[in-house]
Design a protein around this ligand. Structure first.
Ligand code: ZN
Length: 217
């Protein structure tokens, strides 16, 4: 769990937020609320099954604490384009394990000359092995007008990414994010981090990894 403390925040971070008065304080405050909102799950931060308290929203399940955020964001996104739909929310570690294996098998079928290691590294540019996907937090969801990778109208994608922070979400794998996330651009994957955090991360073109790195210095 990331520890956020005012005393360890660099002054540069505070000055960056001069045009976001009010938000900076809530971004930098240490409290248990920030802890769960900023939980980091990736290849370097594996988590065993988290068992979040879930709520059904349409065809997906999400952490019950953010039900209203998800519903309001989904409603706003549908107003941008009525074709927007929810694709995936919470996934158990067990389900993610099956999903990842199926992607690797599919990739090997499509590329018969590839080794399993080659297929695995290809799949890891868009999906994560079990215990490494933030879908297991219940705070991440896939939402798009289409069901295939990065095929959404870029104009629609950018409009939805722009309104996401109002509801506490960030576009988790932006075009500029691969260096810090290891994941290529995903126009469909949104992560709840809380409204103040989402605004700060988006306004400053950060990824969650970069934001947490700044907070820990
Ligand atoms: Zn996703």
């Amino acid at each position: 769990m990331v520890q956020i403390s005012n005393s360890t925040v660099p002054s540069s971070l505070s000055s960056d937020t001069s045009n976001n008065s009010g938000d900076a304080q809530s971004v930098l405050q240490t409290d248990s609320k920030s802890d769960w909102q900023l939980v980091l799950v990736n290849l370097n931060n594996k988590k065993s099954e988290m068992n979040p308290k879930l709520v059904n929203i349409g065809n997906i399940q999400m952490d019950a604490r953010i039900q209203k955020n998800v519903e309001d964001f989904f409603t706003a996104a549908k107003a941008v384009d009525p074709k927007v739909h929810l694709i995936s929310g919470y996934r158990s570690v067990e389900y993610q394990s099956h999903l990842f294996s199926s992607y690797v098998q599919q990739t090997m079928t499509e590329n018969p000359s590839w080794t399993e290691a080659q297929a695995t590294s290809e799949v890891m540019t868009y999906s994560q092995p079990s215990e490494s996907s933030e879908h297991e937090t219940g705070l991440a969801m896939d939402m798009s007008t289409v069901d295939s990778l990065n095929q959404e109208d870029p104009n629609v994608a950018s409009q939805i990414a722009a309104i996401a922070p109002r509801y506490g979400f960030i576009l988790r794998f932006p075009t500029w994010g691969q260096k810090s996330t290891g994941i290529e651009y995903e126009d469909w994957h949104f992560r709840y981090v809380g409204e103040a955090n989402a605004k700060y991360i988006t306004d400053n073109h950060l990824t969650l990894e970069e934001f947490l790195d700044k907070l820990s210095k």
